[in-house]
Structures are given as structure tokens and as C-alpha cells.
Design a protein. Structure first.
Length: 198
């Protein structure tokens, strides 16, 4: 019995000693890793890391440029298409508005739109107030802009909740001017991605 206890004690002592030895090895490895983390990487190591990262960045940039070019071409195709051009039939009237020409398709900030420009003797606030009266629960409505130092740049926009068609009136008058410059615009729909790939 005493032999068994001695044997068990010796076995326990050996196991504990090995456990501490392994712990010391782990501690040493951790300490070495922490020291290496504070050292700057060699130029060779940096080049190994930089090359795959640069390749990925270049590939992502090329894909983005290709996608932007594709979107720009699709938007330009909408502007270049033939056929009648008009604003939605529900577009509110603009009081005392003299258009400078018929509605036209134009690319504005990369978005194809139907644009009608012209002038009105009424101040921008009066034009926007008139458009505000069009309010209807079927349409979402937004009004904003600024009037600073007698320069007015206001807008009113509506979005049809059923088909998402939008129309926007922008009225701008510089200080001392007698005429308000008016732009009425409506975004044109882009073809779906599936239609573009065919």
C-alpha cells in the first residue's frame, strides 16, 4: 500500500513538473510573439503582404469602373432614345410660366431626366406655394431650399406612391432680379439589369 502511494506521488510529481514545463514553453512563446509584434516587419515580408492586397484593390477598382461605365452607358441610352418626351400627366401647373422650349431628355448628375426650363415673373415662394396646394394623400411631398440675402433657391417635389414617378419644381431668383428661373424635372426609368445584359 505504501508502495502504491509512493508510486502515485511520484507519478503526480512527474505530471506536475511536465505541466509546468509546458506552461513555461507557452509563456516563452507568448513573450517572443509579443516582442516580434513590436518589431517592424522586414521589407521582404511587407512586399509579400503588399502584392496580394494591391492586386485585390486593383481588381476591385477595375470592377467598379466597369460597373460605372455600364451604368453611364445605360443612362445615356435612355437620354438618346427616340419617342415623345413629356412630364407625368399629373404634374401640377406652374403659374405664369413661360417655357424656353419643349420638354427634353437630359443627363443630370448621371441620371436621365425629362427637363423643362423657363421663367416666371412670380417670386419663387409664390410658385412653391402654388405647388403645395396640389398636396394629395396619393403623393409624397417635400419642400425645401434657402432664401439668403434676397437670393431664393426653393424646390417642391412630389412622388406618386403607386408607381414611384417623381416630379420636381426648382425656382431660383437672384437678389434684385425681376424674373424667376424655373426648372421642372422628372427622372426617367433605367432599364432593369436583366434587360441591359440581353
Amino acid at each position: 500500500m505504501i508502495r502504491r502511494l509512493s508510486l502515485l506521488a511520484a507519478l503526480g510529481l512527474i505530471t506536475t513538473t511536465l505541466g509546468f514545463a509546458q506552461e513555461d514553453d507557452i509563456d516563452a512563446a507568448m513573450k517572443k510573439a509579443m516582442e516580434d509584434a513590436n518589431k517592424p516587419a522586414s521589407k521582404a515580408d511587407m512586399k509579400k503582404l503588399e502584392q496580394p492586397a494591391k492586386t485585390q484593390i486593383d481588381q476591385a477598382e477595375a470592377e467598379n469602373k466597369a460597373e460605372e461605365a455600364k451604368q453611364k452607358a445605360a443612362a445615356q441610352a435612355v437620354v438618346d432614345s427616340r419617342g415623345p418626351v413629356s412630364l407625368s400627366d399629373w404634374t401640377p401647373q406652374v403659374w405664369q410660366f413661360t417655357p424656353s422650349g419643349p420638354p427634353a431628355r437630359k443627363l443630370v448628375d448621371g441620371e436621365p431626366k425629362v427637363i423643362v426650363t423657363g421663367t416666371s415673373p412670380l417670386p419663387p415662394a409664390a410658385l412653391c406655394d402654388a405647388w403645395d396646394r396640389f398636396a394629395n394623400p396619393k403623393f409624397s411631398h417635400e419642400r425645401g431650399g434657402s432664401e439668403i440675402n434676397h437670393n431664393a433657391d426653393l424646390y417642391v417635389s412630389y412622388r406618386n406612391n403607386e408607381d414611384n414617378a417623381r416630379v420636381r419644381l426648382e425656382a431660383e431668383r437672384k437678389a434684385g432680379a425681376k424674373v424667376t428661373h424655373v426648372t421642372i424635372s422628372s427622372p426617367l426609368p433605367l432599364p432593369s439589369p436583366a434587360a441591359q445584359s440581353n
